[in-house]
Design a binder for this molecule. Structure first.
Ligand code: ATP
Length: 320
């Protein structure tokens, strides 16, 4: 390759909102089957991956063994070890390309890959932050290590890491089925403006599904109205069509989320709902200006309020 391998790679990766989410039922292995329409939203984490050669050869063939060092600037609930999805993704890619690893960072003389994650996506918020970071890790290290896996191969690995990870590798807008890993890109027009109401108190996805199973059975709602609104770029129709089967379960566990949705609607949102399993609440605005004005009105209702737009593309890679 001209110019040789990059010494560092930066990937900026957006989070997601579920414009539609229907729970079809529980499989034998405990996973829920869903039908969901996902779209990336412009709140981003950034992963920087750097290769420190430590005197070892820079040639890719010399990287059969590699040390991995990981840091992040997120809060205490974000793991710094193999519990972090970005690290799990790195290890999975290492295994795929036949690379061994050593945890004795700085002591083996092996090349070191340093990963640093800058977190802005709210944690355990129903916005797929961890999944986005796993996707960022796969995309960044595929380039840094010159692994040369194509998008289909990356998405295959992604599916082993979590149900939203394949979507996060591609980004944009997708219809996902099964446990969420089977995705198809959706035709979409226009740009949508959101007010994002964020809570500092996380909500566990398994707990929300347990509450769902207690209060509701499999649903047969279809995403047609959302898909039609996206095809025509009609924000008003999209606002009316937003749907999340998990919302009653999230409201049962966190009643103040219903008040948050009501406040967004009262402030002029075209539609409002819980994002994924919550506790993030999103309101669709008719313009960027409206989004700012709604955000100002509801600012005291949430721990943090952001305005964002969608779709936000996919992971963006730059090399140095
Ligand atoms: P989803 O919408 O896919 O359900 P989420 O946005 O609700 O995901 P995450 O932000 O991915 O949830 O975090 C869920 C848990 O995953 C956290 O409580 C944390 O312990 C763990 N985790 C692992 N890796 C990460 C990461 N890179 N960033 C944030 N949390 C992570």
């Amino acid at each position: 390759m001209v110019g040789g391998p990059p010494s560092h790679v930066r990937v900026r990766v957006p989070c997601k909102v579920n414009l539609f989410l229907a729970v079809r039922g529980v499989r034998g292995d405990g996973y829920h089957e869903v039908v969901t329409v996902l779209q990336t939203v412009s709140i981003y984490d950034t992963l920087v991956a750097e290769l420190e050669r430590s005197g070892a050869s820079a040639h890719p063939a010399a990287r059969r063994f590699m040390e991995l060092a990981f840091t992040h600037d997120g809060h205490g609930a974000v793991p710094v070890d193999d519990g972090n999805l970005a690290v799990r993704a790195a290890r999975r890619l290492m295994a795929e390309v036949g690379m061994g690893t050593s945890d004795r960072v700085g002591h083996s003389g092996l090349p070191i890959t340093r990963l640093h994650l800058h977190k802005s996506i709210p944690v355990a918020a129903g916005m797929a932050g961890g999944s986005a970071d796993a996707a960022a890790s796969l995309v960044a290290l595929n380039r840094l290590w010159e692994a040369e896996l194509d998008q289909a191969a990356l998405r295959e690995l992604a599916g082993e890491l979590g149900s939203d990870v394949p979507f996060c590798v591609s980004g944009g807008t997708a219809l996902a089925t099964g446990t969420g890993t089977a995705t198809a890109q959706v035709l979409t027009r226009g740009v949508y403006h959101w007010v994002v109401g964020i809570s500092d108190q996380p909500l566990s996805t398994p707990e929300v599904y347990q509450a769902y199973d207690r209060i509701a059975g499999p649903s047969d709602v279809e995403p047609d109205a959302v898909l039609q609104a996206l095809r025509t770029g009609d924000a008003e129709a999209l606002g009316a069509a937003l749907h999340n089967d998990l919302e009653p379960a999230a409201f049962e566990l966190r009643p103040e989320l219903a008040d948050g949705c009501a406040a967004l609607l009262e402030a002029g949102a075209l539609g409002a709902m819980v994002s994924g399993s919550g506790p993030t609440v999103v309101g669709l605005a008719s313009s960027a200006q409206d989004a700012s004005s709604i955000a100002r009105t509801v600012v005291d209702r949430f721990d943090r309020v952001e305005v964002a737009m969608s779709p936000a593309g996919g992971p963006e890679l730059s090399c140095g």
